[in-house]
Write a protein that binds this ligand. Structure first.
Ligand code: GDP
Ligand code: MN
Length: 337
């Protein structure tokens, strides 16, 4: 069902330097957007923003993924606004639905308990499928096979600042494997056994641990417990070879077999973050502190380039909820990296 990329839409107002014409200065990269057809307007808002701030000068391609066939309306509007080629992929059922070892009755009981405890998305099976897909499968979609780097975009996100360099090229030229903007504490109720299952894996496979690594960022007691720090994964710029690595793929398979994506509500954010902390060297993880970014209800507004950003540097991770208040400082960091 996957459609071939459409040709990039070039507009008469694209008068900036066209970096796409110089292939050696470009990375082999794409935006990746998992979305429902009903997300189309909020996705357009996000694409408009990343185009205006960055991509209208670079024309990187977009890969859209969906567990349902994309509607003509979705394709028409998104390809109309994107300045790079767009391709639209269907997620195969085997990558989206629960694996056969999941006990559906047990999963339904656990969802109900979580809903009774008012955990956000606690009752949702599709949200769990989405988290599992983002954790273990999106990077194996055939439409991503040709790329080395991805930049995840979600509905209704904002980019506050001009991005006047190429973050993909930055990742490539500096050996970065995982890039983030905001970090938070995960809700305890969604991951009761995630750390124990992770420890089973690292005990069986100590050879996958990077040396040095960032264990101290995710654990304040040298690995006994997880401190729930994670990179907020609605923004990610990553190297696909990290997610495709044996360490990551085996780690995901181990997590998946335990059933926590269904019986609990493991998010792709803590999964990616724990993997980045354990399997990458600290210098391979990059904080894009210069990228002003908002995904409601949190944001990061750079302090060091405020004049080019349409946001208040004081309003950086500084509003609202419990998770927000638990942030350390105003730097977008959860604990000290
Ligand atoms: P939140 O940011 O955690 O509140 O979750 P979102 O609703 O933003 O979902 C995360 C991403 O997955 C977004 O890009 C959504 O468009 C996408 N998404 C969520 N649920 C589904 C689903 O059931 N099907 C598809 N195709 N995409 C989904
Ligand atoms: Mn979102």
């Amino acid at each position: 069902h996957d459609a071939a990329p459409s040709s990039p839409t070039r507009h008469s107002w694209d008068t900036d330097t066209d970096t796409s014409l110089n292939s050696s200065s470009r990375a082999n990269a794409a935006f990746v957007i998992l979305a429902r057809n009903s997300d189309v307007w909020e996705i357009l808002d996000s694409i408009r923003g990343i185009e205006d701030r960055f991509n209208r000068r670079y024309h990187y391609p977009y890969v859209f993924l969906n567990d349902q066939p994309f509607s003509d309306e979705f394709k028409r509007h998104t390809s109309g606004i994107a300045s790079g080629p767009c391709s639209y992929g269907l997620v195969p059922k085997e990558h989206w639905e629960e694996p056969d070892w999941i006990d559906e009755d047990k999963a339904a009981v656990e969802r109900q308990k979580m809903a009774d405890n008012k955990v956000i998305y606690g009752d949702s099976r599709t949200y769990r499928r989405m988290c599992r897909y983002q954790s273990g499968w999106f990077f194996r979609h055939p439409l991503l096979a040709q790329y080395d780097y991805y930049w995840r975009i979600e509905p209704s996100v904002k980019f506050f600042c001009d991005i006047d360099y190429d973050p993909f090229v930055y990742m490539r030229d500096h050996g970065k494997k995982y890039g983030w903007t905001i970090s938070l504490y995960e809700y305890e109720a969604t991951i009761p056994t995630l750390w124990d299952v992770t420890k089973e894996f690292t005990a069986a496979h100590p050879e996958y641990l990077a040396s040095p690594n960032s264990l101290s960022w995710i654990s304040s007691d040298n690995g006994t417990t997880y401190n729930r720090c994670h990179f907020w994964s609605n923004f990610e710029i990553g190297a696909l070879d990290f997610l495709r690595s044996e360490a990551y793929v085996e780690y995901f398979a181990h997590l998946d077999r335990s059933g926590g994506f269904s019986y609990e509500r493991w998010g792709d954010a803590p999964v990616h973050s724990i993997a980045a902390a354990l399997f990458l060297k600290p210098e391979e993880v990059h904080w894009f502190h210069d990228i002003g970014y908002r995904h409601p209800p949190f944001q990061h507004c750079p302090k060091d380039s405020a004049s080019r950003c349409g946001c208040n540097p004081q309003d950086s991770n500084n509003f609202g909820t419990d998770a927000e208040r638990s942030l350390q400082g105003d730097s977008g960091r959860c604990g000290a990296l």
